[in-house]
Ligand binder design. Structure first.
Ligand SMILES: Cc1cc2nc3c(=O)[nH]c(=O)nc-3n(C[C@H](O)[C@H](O)[C@H](O)COP(=O)(O)O)c2cc1C
Length: 241
């Protein structure tokens, strides 16, 4: 920019997540209210946000809040059927479609369930199919955070390749002070922007539409032993999932 030019205050910064499909997993902690702000900030960056709430999360925040903020259906149950859903696999499709998963707040219980590979409700079930980057934002009491079981579980998630974002230190909702605060939504957005490669962005034209969706990299074809380049999988079979 010409240094003599005065900046136009009405110029908005370009959205940094246009067309990116983000799955926002919300656990049952007091910081769940902050994930409403997070979803709103992601939408402002033009991400396509689908919130998945655990049963615990629904004690603190409602699906309706996320639907209103994101413009998309909020997922809560394994057996949920949605209008325009492409297959009856709500426990798999949102995970395989996502460009990034952010778990905020990631409670001690949610972290433990993921570390154990449990599939006892929708969010942990989806997490077993996720192959995109995962950002885990823990939020809990300092003693829960420091417990060896939680520390072991967090290390297990890091072993899966998930990225940890926080927790921060400071005053906690329970009245104690120490590590356990969820990182602020604005900072989580920065981490998401940094994690997603910039090159694959294709604007998402509207919720529910499949047109203009980011093209996924083709899955590597399985080769039959001895065959040169032949796919062992026929057509679009889901039988091996
Ligand atoms: C008022 C209140 C606040 C809570 N806050 C947290 C929290 O910040 N972090 C946490 O790990 N658990 C917290 N818990 C406990 C969780 O709600 C509980 O472990 C729940 O089973 C977690 O569900 P989830 O696996 O769906 O996240 C809180 C419980 C109550 C009653």
């Amino acid at each position: 920019m010409d240094p003599t030019e005065t900046p136009n205050p009405s110029t908005k910064p370009a959205p940094r997540l246009a067309g990116r499909r983000i799955l926002l997993g919300v656990g049952g902690g007091i910081a769940a209210y902050k994930s409403c702000d997070l979803s709103s900030r992601l939408v402002k960056e033009q991400a396509h946000v689908t919130a998945v709430l655990t049963k615990g999360a629904r004690r603190f925040v409602t699906p309706f809040a996320f639907e209103a903020l994101t413009g998309n259906a909020c997922l809560t149950r394994n057996f949920q059927r949605l209008d325009g859903q492409r297959t009856p696999y709500p426990h798999i499709d949102p995970a395989t479609d996502a460009d990034l998963v952010v778990l905020a707040p990631a409670t001690a219980n949610l972290i433990a369930r993921l570390a154990a590979g449990m599939a006892d409700e929708l969010l942990p079930t989806l997490m077993l199919s996720v192959r995109c980057p995962v950002l885990v934002c823990p939020a809990m009491n300092v003693q829960m955070w420091q417990h060896p079981a939680t520390q072991r579980n967090v290390k297990t998630l890091e072993g899966f390749g998930h990225r940890l974002c926080g927790p921060g230190s400071g005053d906690l909702a329970c009245g104690m002070t120490g590590e356990g605060r969820m990182i602020e939504p604005a900072e989580i957005v920065e981490q998401i922007v940094a994690l997603l490669p910039k090159t694959q962005t294709i604007p998402f034209p509207g919720s529910g539409s499949k047109k203009g969706r980011m093209r996924r990299a083709p899955r590597p074809k399985k080769r039959k032993p001895g065959s040169a380049g032949e796919s062992a999988e026929g057509g679009k079979s889901k039988g091996k999932r």
